[in-house]
Design a protein around this ligand. Sequence first.
Ligand SMILES: C[S@@+](CC[C@H](N)C(=O)[O-])C[C@H]1O[C@@H](n2cnc3c(N)ncnc32)[C@H](O)[C@@H]1O
Length: 226
Amino acid sequence: MTDRFTREQIKELNELQRKYFNENVDIFEPPLPKGVPARLKATVQASGLRPGEKVLDVGTGTGILIPYILKYRPSEIHACDIAEQMLERVKQKFPRVITHLGDVSGLPLPDDSLDVAFINGCFSNILDKSKSLDNLHRLLRPQGRLVISHPLGRNFIVELKQHTPFHLDLLPDEADAKELLERYDFEILEFRDEFAFYLVVAKIRKSNKETAAPSPRQFGDWVRIQ
Ligand SMILES: C[S@@+](CC[C@H](N)C(=O)[O-])C[C@H]1O[C@@H](n2cnc3c(N)ncnc32)[C@H](O)[C@@H]1O
């Protein structure tokens, strides 16, 4: 999974996604399909989020997860996305959310600055899983949680792949998720693979965390827009 795409390919494929999501913001706005609100609620609940904690919503889109996160009164919510029109919508709806434009693989927040990172409906879209999981490991404090979820389930991605104009990965089954996440020092606490609900809750172990400062080149493509 590490070197499936070259840097140039990732740039090109992400550009296709960025264009698609910028042009289709409204499709991702509520009303949400039946059952999805309950699954989003369950997703946030499963993270064990506590008041005052700091949260990141990866590939936030129009921010459909944010109302559920807000119920837990976190001290900070960060939202990142590669599509600027998605973030414009998030800023209109949730002015206190801190938005970051760019790929999560290079999100330049400080080490140990987050308690929980959610990747809802976006894990299939992330092209550089290796760099992204490495970066999330760096951003999460010891014992921080990573939640990978999809409120329509794994089979939905199989269907969606036939129609999307950009690359999508299938969501990993339990064995693959365990193998992948353990490689980046995450331990799975909960795994649910139901007809229309996919949920992985993992805890960071930080047993051999590297604290070296990120190189400027790694974060070169980043723009902080709020
Ligand atoms: C299918 S939408 C899901 C949005 C939202 N999380 C939801 O559940 O409705 C995926 C979003 O992830 C963003 N995205 C894709 N790859 C990304 C990456 N590597 N880093 C950050 N955002 C990314 C896309 O621009 C898009 O807005």
